[in-house]
Ligand binder design. Structure first.
Ligand code: NAD
Length: 390
């Protein structure tokens, strides 16, 4: 079978779904690779690097969709809400599509994809299990985002991060607060610590306390307890407005004492909770910086504007989206390894081998044979359950 990689079309997107180094393992499994000319250029992988691995370079996107049995993308239609729709007429029945599809985004869009009769797999739905760890693209991208958020904050902050002892006197270290300690939050803690900041972190899931402390940060304990903070998959559960109001009240003092706040708090399928209000921003010292990694999901800060930088009372609130794309070489390399592990899981002797009794296959499979087949997505969109499929 042939795996095709089109050039990413979302404006400003620099990543690519497969990098040259993964090609030999795909070939060994009986999968050939073709790419659209220039697909990896922005990420630091020129066409020649692919050709050296025996990859065929095709002149345009249409040729990739025509030749490939499997299309691997980073942002497919669904997550690419700007230019992704142009791919619909290129899709062929039973073609396999792998990438970020935003399965809990818009029902109409997922139905449009289903209507093309493609067998699509949404990498966002990958189970967070040990067995699926090597295929977990969300974690890979969150790692890139958490790292970059700290660098952006450090660049914007009018202060040093580390403590410095100089002939001109001693500089005290900056104080960084991370709200939401999932994969991105943990990477943000580690990066801010490497830069020498004094780091605190808070999450409504108390189980992360030890992880925070093991990275040398202080865990902020608030005298409120979330109801069933974590679901079976390890994600935070949505709380009621009274809980969020209490959280904001208690977080106010910690936020006011911080030079940098990085927020990453999200709940699957829901708008991100507002944890930093306008009043809390006004309580921060001028020059302070907030980087809101939840910007695309509505933002954790009341003043966040997705894709924009807002300055209020001297405090900068950065709502930049798609941060993983700003570290495209390594973000692509990690993503390519995730996709490769997933492809090896989905195929046998170079052919797609769909085993729906397998959790990884079943949970990521979004559309097939003209329908949305994912049970979780059907439930989310209040569609009737389908009879069990073989
Ligand atoms: P996420 O992106 O869904 O959320 C980010 C963080 O925000 C989470 O830690 C969440 O608890 C927190 N949050 C949500 N609402 C909040 C609120 N009101 N106040 C404070 N914090 C709030 O998280 P993620 O990075 O996708 O990780 C989700 C879970 O999956 C974690 O338990 C993580 O350890 C786990 N995980 C497991 C594996 C694996 O086993 N293979 C891989 C990756 C992640």
């Amino acid at each position: 079978m042939i795996v095709g990689v089109p050039k990413e079309s979302f404006p400003g997107e620099r990543r690519v779904a497969l990098v040259p180094s993964v090609v030999p393992s795909l070939n060994k499994a009986g999968l050939e690779v073709v790419i659209e000319q220039g697909a990896g250029r922005e990420a630091g992988y020129p066409d020649a690097a692919y050709s050296e691995k025996g990859v065929k370079i095709l002149p345009d996107r249409a040729a990739v969709f025509e030749e490939a049995d499997i299309i691997a993308q980073v942002l497919c239609y669904g997550s690419n809400d700007r230019t992704g729709r142009a791919d619909l007429p290129l899709m062929r029945p039973d073609q396999v599509l792998i990438g970020f599809l935003r399965p809990l985004g818009s029902r109409e869009v997922v139905e449009e994809i289903a209507g093309k009769q493609v067998t699509s797999f949404a990498v966002e739905m990958m189970p967070r299990t040990t067995r699926a760890q090597s295929m977990d693209a969300l974690s890979s991208m969150a790692t890139a985002c958490g790292y970059k958020a700290v660098l952006i904050a450090a660049d914007r902050l009018p202060k040093f991060f580390p403590m410095l002892t100089t002939a001109a006197g001693t500089i005290t270290p900056s104080r960084v607060l991370i709200i939401g300690v999932g994969v991105a939050g943990l990477q943000a803690i580690a990066t801010a610590r490497r830069l020498g900041a004094v780091v605190s972190a808070y999450d409504l899931r108390p189980v992360v306390k030890e992880q925070v402390q093991s990275l040398g940060a202080r865990f902020v304990e608030l005298p409120i307890e979330a109801k069933e903070a974590q679901d079976a998959r390890g994600y935070a559960r949505a709380q009621d407005e009274a809980f969020y109001a209490k959280q904001r009240e208690l977080l106010g003092r910690v936020v006011a004492e911080s030079d940098v706040v990085i927020t990453t708090a999200v709940v699957p399928g829901k708008r991100a909770p507002v944890l930093v209000t306008t009043d809390m921003v006004r309580g921060m010292a001028p020059g302070s910086v907030i980087v809101d990694l939840a910007a695309e999901r509505g933002g954790n800060c009341e003043l966040t504007r997705a894709g924009e930088t807002v300055v209020d009372g001297g405090v900068t609130i950065i709502g930049q989206i798609n941060l993983a794309s700003t570290v495209p070489y390594h973000a692509s390399s990690l993503y390519a390894r995730n996709v490769t592990a997933f492809l090896l899981h989905l195929t046998k002797d170079g052919k797609i081998n769909l085993k729906l009794d397998d959790e990884i296959t079943r949970e990521t499979l979004l559309t097939r044979g003209g329908e949305i087949v994912n049970a979780r997505v059907r439930e989310f969109f209040s569609l009737p359950a389908l009879a069990a499929q073989a």
